[in-house]
Ligand binder design. Structure first.
Ligand SMILES: [Zn+2]
Length: 318
């Protein structure tokens, strides 16, 4: 095991960042955002032999300083105070704090920080964070939609604050609008966000962008892979080329897959493979290849495992 990890460091493999604590948050057997999601991903990566091409790294806990770049002190205190010792504290009908929720969430956000450090220090060409709970619905002072800390936002602010980068872009292809990420970076000249999302649909936002740095592309229920590819080519890429980010983040949600009942879009593995290729090509040209991909949604366990495998296969193929 140790020699395998050492080999990973030497050969600059794609980093696969995760932690067993991310399995501890469990809102109940019927809840779609379940620990088995990470098992399904790992299973498919192993079955397809991609796992051997990854450098697995344990996610550290995020620090208070790193969280404070994104979330208000009052909100962070509210989460700490509200987490129960036993039972459940409901934040909204779908989102609950359990005894280990923040332990998992600290690893999830810390994992993205670690990914940024590795990619910016040349220890990995790119990284995939297999973490949960997800983050893109979490606003600066609000938990919602299964999200507590906005993991990708914590990583972006860390890249800008610590690694001397001046511009970062985040791409969000989850079926739901990343309202939290948009709220956090609205009018931030250092950050551009480009997304697609089913609309009208939860969280019922995004149709009117919050600032000039937001490229929001609402898509109708029933949209296909061809519609998605048009949005990427005509909507995202020209704006990304104008903005010239130095690092590219991906809020990688896989719930726009046709088999995922959480949404009503028609993407398949080939679309995730294709978009990853487009984004890597862009990052090679503009970002010295720096890509940090962060798991968001994706709830049909089989489709999730297969889609992440399609995505990570492209990340490793460099
Ligand atoms: Zn989603």
């Amino acid at each position: 095991m140790l020699s395998w990890i050492k080999n990973g460091l030497q050969s600059g493999l794609t980093a696969y960042i995760t932690h067993s604590d991310c399995m501890l948050h469990n809102v109940g057997d019927m809840h779609p955002e379940c620990p088995q999601r990470l098992v399904a991903i790992r299973d498919q990566l192993m079955a397809s032999q991609i796992f051997d091409s990854l450098h697995e790294v344990e996610a550290p806990e995020v620090t208070d300083e790193q969280l404070a770049r994104v979330h208000t002190p009052r909100y962070l205190e509210y989460l700490e105070m509200s987490q129960p010792l036993t039972g459940t504290f409901r934040v909204d009908p779908d989102t609950a704090l359990m005894p280990n929720t923040l332990k998992a969430a600290r690893r999830a956000a810390g994992g993205v920080v670690k990914a940024v450090d590795m990619v910016c220090q040349g220890q990995a060409p790119n990284a995939f964070c297999a973490i949960r709970p997800p983050g893109h619905h979490a606003e600066s002072s609000k938990a919602m939609g299964f999200c507590y800390f906005n993991n990708v936002a914590v990583g972006i602010r860390h890249a800008l604050a610590v690694h001397g980068l001046e511009r970062a872009a985040v791409i969000d292809f989850d079926v739901h609008h990343g309202n939290g990420t948009e709220e956090i970076f609205r009018d931030d000249p250092q950050v551009m966000m480009a997304s697609i999302f089913q609309h009208p649909f939860f969280p019922y936002s995004g149709d009117v962008p919050m600032g000039p740095n937001m490229v929001n592309i609402p898509m109708k229920a029933g949209s296909t892979g061809a519609d998605f590819r048009d949005a990427v080519m005509d909507g995202w890429l020209p704006r990304l080329r104008e903005f010239k980010p130095q690092i590219l983040f991906i809020s990688a949600g896989f719930d726009a897959h046709r088999e995922d009942d959480m949404g009503m879009m028609g993407l398949v593995e080939a679309d995730y493979e294709w978009v990853t290729r487009q984004l890597l090509k862009f990052a090679d040209e503009y970002c010295e290849g720096r890509v940090v991909s962060v798991l968001e949604g994706g709830y049909d366990l089989s489709a999730l495992g297969r889609s992440v495998t399609a995505h990570v296969r492209v990340l490793t193929d460099i």
